[in-house]
Design a protein around this ligand. Structure first.
Ligand code: MV4
Length: 445
């Protein structure tokens, strides 16, 4: 087992990894930017190394500084958390070249899923359902025009280097195609230095349901059930839950088998997530694979009663996994608490937390790195915590969530708490009848 893990991240996920490492008897090293001197992950780790200035490029994305921190502290593994370097194939390779185990997949696995056209081709070969569309890159506007006629409108164009919605265009009719093609290409080139596009049939009003998977170094893969992430705003998830209110035992079986095929096709090693679009007829289509631990991993932890960070560390250390699949035994919901103003277009609201009271009690989990007096720096993600509730039924988890949100006191900055309070009383949310378009028509009172 590893003796010392360096955590190449900040905020709640750095704290989350420190907690599990401590339970496993593994020492921890925090790295931090000058903007994060007073952060909890710095205080809670066994050692801490300052790696640069406030800008991510100078610190949490600064590979030479992170590697130097690992070397001077004698860390034998690096946990990347999510975001920052978590899906950076070069970084995964550099760690392993330096004899420091990257707690996550190999560069080959990251690359296989990083390019969306390659990923889609791999999925087709593996027998995983994908959204109908053209195979490969769009070679020219004329190619796009012909393909769109074949597929039939509405269509979507996506960036092969994309993910999460950047460089994506929905096109309802032929007259809109040229403008969409050119602007998607320009956006993709600027965002990813890769202007490659591909085309798919547009799946209307889909749900976003993802399957948690785990694979080990010996070829075993299993799935750990689903999360419903349909409550999103401009591709930012706000609420996640497990099980999905749309799930049936039959659909879970089919999606679970497909997710295992997807992970198996790239010999995936570590924990990961297969994202699917699910239409109203319960047809599902591979969207992308996240080759990292995700923000919303906690809802799965609560419903299968399993520590996914521990699983990730054990797999990286070479342990075999059982290969048994898991289905949710409870119902869990996660609300993302962001320092944002939900009454003003979710604009970031950094600054000092003057008063803080975090909820507790039966069925309540808070994963957060903030404290009273903490100053939220403006340089990073605005998420300041995750509130997770777990209960026997969905309605009880919602009731516990409403109660916990009502107890939550954060003064000094605006937060998403009022949004979540209204959502937990929303009839459509309560009925479970929602899709990825739901928040477009949600009005905060
Ligand atoms: C789609 C789609 C409909 N049809 N692809 C959004 C982010 C990126 N990962 C893919 N996305 C979508 N791809 C086809 N062919 C609808 C979306 C989409 C979406 C997906 C999941 C969650 C929220 C979403 C919000 C808008 C659009």
């Amino acid at each position: 087992m590893f003796k010392k893990i360096l955590i190449a991240n900040r905020g709640e996920i750095a704290l989350r990894v420190i907690r599990t490492a401590r339970e496993m008897g593994i020492k921890t090293v925090a790295v931090y930017s000058t903007a994060d001197r007073d952060s909890l992950h710095v205080k809670f780790a066994d050692e801490a190394v300052c790696i640069g200035g406030p800008k991510s490029a100078d610190s949490y994305l600064n590979v030479p500084h992170i590697m130097a921190a690992a070397e001077i502290t004698n860390a034998d593994a690096i946990h990347p958390g999510y975001g920052f370097l978590a899906e950076n194939a070069k970084f995964s390779g550099i760690c392993n070249d330096h004899g420091i185990k990257f707690i996550g997949p190999t560069p080959e696995m990251i690359n296989a899923m990083g390019d969306k056209i390659t990923a889609k081709e791999t999925m087709i070969k593996a027998g995983v359902p994908v959204v109908p569309g053209g195979e490969g890159l769009l070679q020219s506007f004329d190619h796009a025009l012909g393909l769109a006629r074949e597929i039939g409108y509405p269509i979507m164009m996506k960036a092969t280097a994309g993910g999460g919605g950047k460089g994506m265009r929905l096109v309802w009719e032929e007259s809109e195609l040229e403008k969409a093609y050119n602007s998607a290409k320009t956006e993709a080139a600027a965002a990813f230095k890769n202007d490659g596009l591909y085309m798919e049939k547009f799946v209307e009003e889909p749900r976003h349901i993802e399957i948690q998977v785990a694979g080990d170094q010996y070829g075993t893969v299993c799935h750990l059930g689903e999360r419903d992430c349909s409550i999103q705003r401009r591709h930012q998830k706000l609420v996640e839950e497990s099980p999905s209110p749309f799930m049936t035992e039959e659909l879970r079986y089919r999606m679970g088998e497909a997710a295992k095929k997807a992970a198996g096709a790239i010999n995936y090693e570590s924990v990961g997530t297969i994202e699917f679009l699910v239409d109203k007829h319960r047809n599902f289509y591979f969207m992308e694979m996240n080759t990292r631990i995700q923000v919303e991993h906690c809802v799965t932890e609560e419903v299968i009663n399993y520590d996914l960070i521990k699983e990730q560390i054990l797999i990286a250390a070479g342990q075999k996994i059982s290969g048994k699949d898991y289905a949710p035994q409870m119902h869990a919901i996660e609300c993302r608490i962001n320092a944002e103003d939900p009454y003003n277009d979710f604009r970031p609201s950094p600054g000092k937390i003057t008063v803080l009271h975090q909820p507790g009690g039966h069925g309540v989990r808070v994963d957060s790195h903030v404290y009273a007096g903490y100053v939220i720096p403006p340089y990073y993600d605005s998420m300041i915590g995750k509130l997770i509730t777990v209960a026997q039924t969905r309605q009880e988890a919602i009731d516990t969530m409403y109660r916990a949100l009502s107890e939550y006191v954060i003064e000094g900055v605006k937060t998403t708490i009022p949004f979540h309070l209204q959502l937990m009383k929303d009839e459509r949310f309560i009925s479970g009848d929602f899709n990825t378009k739901f928040l477009e028509s949600f009005v905060l009172k």
